[in-house]
Write a protein that binds this ligand. Sequence first.
Ligand code: FAD
Length: 467
Amino acid sequence: MNNSELKQQLEKLVGAENVCDEMAERICYSRDCGPDKAGIPDIVVKPGSTEEVAEVVKLANKIKKAVYTWGRATTFLGSGVPQGCILLSTTRLNKILKIDPDTISVTVQAGVIWHSIDAELNKDGWELFIPGGGGLFSGTVGGSVAVNVIPHAITEYGMTGDHILGLEVVLPDGTIMRTGASANPACQPVERYANGPDVTGLFLGAYGTLGIITEITYRIRKIPEVEQFAFYAFDDYKKAAEAVNEIQKEGAATFVIGLFAGPKPKDVEGEAFIHIIVRDSKREASYRLDQAKRCCEAFNGTAHDAFGTKKYWEDHMYSWLRNVAPGPYYAGAPYMCPEVAGFMPTLQLKDSLALLYKYIEDHKAEFEKHDILIKGFDAYFTRNGVYLWIDTLYNEMKEDSWEYGLKLRGKLCDLMYGEGKMAAGGLGAGVAPHAMPKLGSYFTFLKQLKKTMDPNNVLNPGVLFLS
Ligand SMILES: Cc1cc2nc3c(=O)[nH]c(=O)nc-3n(C[C@H](O)[C@H](O)[C@H](O)COP(=O)(O)OP(=O)(O)OC[C@H]3O[C@@H](n4cnc5c(N)ncnc54)[C@H](O)[C@@H]3O)c2cc1C
C-alpha cells in the first residue's frame, strides 16, 4: 500500500482532520527531549477512541507497517521513532472519565496530562496517589505509565505503577483488553490483583512495545494536612548516604532527594546535600521531621534554610534543588542531557559514587575538550534504595560534543550496570542496547514475549531492543 492509499484508509478510520502527512508536521514527531536522533514517520494519526486505536493497529498488521505511540515525547532516553512508521498520537484521548471517591480512584484516557488530573481532583481535596515525576506538567498519563515514571515522593509513596488498579490496552493484534478486576465486565476496576496473574505489570515500563494503553484507573488520596521541608549539607557523601538510609528505616520522610557532584547549592558549604519533604498531619509531620533531623545530625549533617526545597516541591523546577532560580541555572543553554539512571541499594551509593567521581577525574581533559559539563548526580531515594540520575550535559551546537556525549552515555551505562551494581530504570531506545543484553534469561524471555504477542513486530519495534 503506498502512502496516499494509507492516508485514505486512515482517514476512513479516524476522520480526515485527524490524519496528516505534511513533512513539516512529521518532522515534529521524531525526537524526544533527549539527545538521540530518530526516524521521521510517514504519517501522523490521532485516534479519538480506543476502538479507533484498535482499527489503526489492525490496519498496520495487515500492511506490516510499524506503529509508534506518541504521548508528549518528554522522555530523555531516545524515542526510537522508526523511519517511515505510522505515528499514533494519543492527544485526542484526553478525557477524565470518572472521579470516584467511593472506590477512591480516578479513571482517565491515556492522553490526559498528569497534572491536569490533579488540578481536577484538588478542587474536592483529593490528589493522585503519586504526585507524578518532574514531567508532570507536560507528560501524558499513558506515557508516564508506559515508562513507569520515577515519581516525586517515591520515598514514601512508591513507584508510579504501584497505584494502578487496572488498564485498558490495545494489544499488538488490535484486540482490546482490560486488566485487573474490570477484566470481568460485570466488575469495576477496584483491584489490580484480580483474576489470576497480574497482567497489568506487563505494560508498565514496556515503553509501548507490548500494547497501547488507552485507559488507566489510578488510586487517589486526600491531600495531606501539611507539607514541611528541611535541607542538610554533609562534608562526606558517604555519611549522607548513611543518614538517608536511617531516614528510610524510620519512615521519616515522604521524599528525600540527594545531590552529589555538579554545581553546589548557592551559599552552602559541603560535598553532598539532601532535601527532605514530609507530607502528613501536622502532628505526625513535626514528629517525622524531628526524626529526620536526628538521623542527619548523627552523621554530621548540618541544617540550612529549606527555601530551595520548598520552591522545588511547589514549582517542580529542578533548578531549585541547587537553590537557584530557573534563569541562572539554564543560562548555559543549549546544553542537552544524555542521562544514565538506575536503581541500587542506598548504601551501595558509597561505592558507586566513588566510581563515578574517579571516572570524572580520569576524563577531565576529555570533558573539557568536548565541552561536557556535569549537571550533577541526583538521587531520588525510594522506600528501600535509591534511583540515581547521572546527568552529563553536551553542547548541542557542537557535533563533536554531541557525538562524545552519546559515547559517554554508553560508557557510563557499561560502567554503572556492571561494576557500579546499578539496575537500569530509565530505558528507551538509546539506553536499552546497553542495559538489556546484561539481563540473561530475563532478556531472552522478554524477546520471546514480544515475538509471541507481536509476531508482525508492529508496535514500537526496536524501542526496548527486543526485536
Ligand atoms: C522537565 C521534565 C522533568 C522530568 N522528570 C522526570 C522524573 O522526575 N521522573 C521520570 O521518570 N521522568 C521524568 N521526565 C520524563 C518524562 O516526564 C516521562 O518519561 C513522561 O512522563 C513520559 O510521558 P510522555 O507522554 O511524554 O511519553 P512519551 O515520551 O511520548 O513516550 C514515552 C514512551 O512511552 C510510549 N507511550 C506513550 N504513550 C503510550 C501509551 N498510551 N501506551 C503505550 N505506550 C505509550 C512511547 O511510545 C515511548 O516509548 C521528565 C521530563 C521532563 C520534560
